[in-house]
Design a protein around this ligand. Structure first.
Ligand SMILES: Nc1ncnc2c1ncn2[C@@H]1O[C@H](COP(=O)(O)OP(=O)(O)OP(=O)(O)O)[C@@H](O)[C@H]1O
Length: 629
């Protein structure tokens, strides 16, 4: 390396980078050989990107279209080099892609660490180890690169010891592509051993569709070490599970193996394509980002075209893998693809297959399905809203918590199968959080009568139930909206008794309405409550409070918010006390307290907490005073 360095610059990593790097080195040390997979994976991606761009501009090949990855060792210098003749990088790209370890989500990632090495190593894998895994075995890494199609003088050299900064300079590089040289740490000599390297390449990178080349043992020329054929083109029964798993780690940039996969060749009337699609074991950090970094990769006749999260609908955005089409034109651009009919058909086919895979897991591998649901259930729920065509299939895949089940694993089919004699509806409750759901006063009558209620508390659930109005002909009914309608489950004797009580409470109801004017739409006697004194109920079509606050938080205008109905339990001693209260000030205070505690029981926020405390203390003092007297 004797060329002159131009424009040398020393640049510091971001604040969190050192931490991420230290952690990676420590937590991945027991799997240190993964660095090789990561570097080869990047080199293969670079080759595939060039192959695609060269479809439109042959000149990018600079006369060399034989794409390869070379692995070289220099025993004297104790270096290992992974080199490719792929797309290469400009100086700015090196700064942006290689100089940036800490990307979106880094802080969240660091906060999620537990200090437990085994757990943290899984987390860091999920975060994406990539290029920086080189520092597990190297105390200095040099990267030289030159972008395809730019002059040789615009090469770049990047070097770092991973200690907080890197140096970058412009160099002359006649060869296009990237070479990453690892200056191995003391004791890492196994990575200078060609036999060991061959073994690792076959284990991790056999399926890489680009030839990986090493010098022959006898020093006589080069040889290809891997199979170098696209895995998905091989017959299913000839592919071992570990080959599927290694391929997943490469396409998905995941450190852990997949949860499940499907490999299928579709030969339709007008399209032929192959799907190799995977479900990850764990949700990635950017699952909730608007623009996730990764998605499914599209190939046309084995040529990589693009990686696009939009190849799958949003509610299946966790799916990874490849779609390889025989029928799309090779010279497609991203824009054309967005509107391509054939691609639309392929996407529709892929969605069906993924739903099929999920159904299969749910039926035959419930443990795996449980893992899937824990990681991605919230995302799948969006499908009910987003994909009306498959609403029924998706509804069958949903899992819920219920008043009968602590584990959150009830399917709608389970629920329907154990509905009570005479029960016509699927009852559910959407609450602020799990506790508020489980302890909600709205459930009292249902518990009393032994009717199961599904419990929901995720933000997406409000939308879910707005779109999922029925399942197998059974309407879904909120237990917190509208008149309590138990249909044929209602008891005639109870109805009569209630009419009698209503008479006795007429005056009291009027007075409470007056006391709470402006806060509630109405005050009624409750048939839902057995233990609590009061609860709030919404108009059958009104927006729930929670939906209102979600809409407000997302900056949307909420039309004149609908006030709730206060339902009171005439059998509760406090309510009886209120009915007989003659002091109008105390009557008012008690009425407000009933309302406020109904809000609190829902997990809601009081509009005027100070007033609540004042009233509450006044009554408390009175009660205590009475006791002392
Ligand atoms: N050999 C290479 N040739 C060209 N570009 C490369 C090469 N290696 C890395 N890059 C660029 O640097 C980026 C970062 O690589 P890195 O391995 O750190 O992360 P990644 O592969 O994007 O994702 P992950 O961290 O999830 O594996 C790549 O996305 C690519 O743009």
């Amino acid at each position: 390396m004797s060329e002159t360095l131009q424009n040398p610059e020393t640049i510091g990593f971001q604040a969190e980078a050192r931490q991420v790097l230290d952690l990676m080195i420590h937590s991945l040390y027991s799997n240190k050989e993964v660095f090789l997979r990561e570097l080869i994976s990047n080199a293969a991606d670079a080759a595939e990107k060039l192959r695609f761009l060269a479809l439109g501009d042959e000149g990018l090949y600079e006369g060399d279209s034989d794409l390869k990855i070379w692995i070289d060792v220099d025993k004297n210098a104790r270096t290992l080099t992974v080199r490719d003749n792929g797309i290469g990088m400009t100086r700015q790209e090196v700064i942006d892609h290689i100089g940036t370890i800490a990307r979106s989500g880094t802080r969240k990632f660091l906060e999620s660490l537990t200090g437990d090495q085994a757990k943290d190593s899984q987390l860091i894998g999920q975060f994406g180890v990539g290029f920086y895994s080189a520092f597990i075995v190297a105390d200095r890494v040099t990267l030289e690169t030159r972008k395809a199609g730019v002059p040789a003088e615009e090469g770049v050299r990047w070097e770092s010891d991973g200690q907080g900064e890197y140096r970058i300079a412009t160099v002359t590089r006649p060869r296009r592509g990237t070479a990453v040289t690892l200056h191995l740490r003391e004791g890492e000599d196994e990575f200078l051993d060609p036999v060991r390297l061959r073994q690792l390449i076959r284990k991790f990178s056999d399926h890489i569709p680009i030839p990986i080349v090493m010098k022959k043992e006898n020093g006589d020329g080069e040889e290809v070490v891997n199979k170098a054929s696209a895995l998905w083109t091989r017959p299913r029964d000839e592919i071992r599970p570990d080959e599927y798993e290694e391929f997943y780690k490469h396409v998905a940039h995941d450190f852990e193996g997949p949860l499940a996969w499907l490999h299928s060749r579709v030969e339709g009337a007008s399209d032929e394509y192959t799907l190799l699609l995977y479900l990850p074991r764990r949700a990635p950090f950017d699952l909730w980002d608007r623009e996730p970094a990764h998605g499914v990769k599209l190939y046309v006749r084995r040529v990589f075209i693009m990686e696009d999260p939009k190849l799958m609908p949003r509610y299946l955005r966790f799916v990874r893998g490849i779609i390889d089409s025989d029928s799309l034109p090779l010279n497609v651009s991203r824009e054309i693809l967005q509107e391509n009919r054939a691609l639309e058909r392929i996407r529709a086919g892929a969605v069906k297959k993924v739903l099929g895979l999920l159904e299969d897991l749910a039926k035959n591998e419930p443990d795996k399905y449980r893992t899937f649901w824990e990681q991605f259930g919230t995302v799948l729920k969006e499908g009910v809203i987003e994909d009306p065509k498959h609403r029924d299939r998706i509804a069958r895949l949903l899992r819920f918590a219920s008043t009968r089940d602590e584990g959150g694993e009830i399917s709608l089919a389970d629920y329907v199968a154990r509905m009570k004699e005479g029960q016509e509806k699927i009852y559910y409750l959407v609450a602020e959080n799990e506790q508020a759901a489980r302890n909600s006063p709205h459930l009292e009558v249902f518990r009393h009568k032994g009717i199961e209620v599904l419990l929901l508390w995720e933000p997406v659930d409000e939308w879910l139930v707005a779109h999922l109005t029925e399942f197998e002909g059974k309407p879904l009914q909120s237990v917190a909206k509208g008149e309590l309608d138990l249909g044929r489950l209602a008891d005639d004797n109870e109805k009569k008794a209630q009419e009698m009580v209503a008479q006795a409470f007429q005056d009291a109801l009027d007075k409470i309405r007056k006391a709470l004017a402006g806060r509630v739409a109405d005050v009624k006697l409750s048939r839902r409550l057995t233990d609590s004194p009061a609860c709030l109920v919404l108009d059958a079509y009104g927006l729930s409070r929670r939906m209102e606050s979600i809409l407000k938080a997302s900056g949307q205008l909420v039309p004149g918010s609908s006030k709730p109905i206060l339902e009171i339990n005439p059998k509760h001693p406090l309510v009886e006390r209120l009915r007989d209260e003659r002091d109008s000030k105390r009557f008012d205070d008690l009425s407000h307290l009933l309302y406020d505690q109904a809000v609190l029981a829902e997990g809601g926020q009081l509009e005027d907490p100070a007033a609540f405390v004042r009233r509450f203390n006044a009554l408390l003092q009175e009660a205590l005073g009475q006791k002392q007297a």
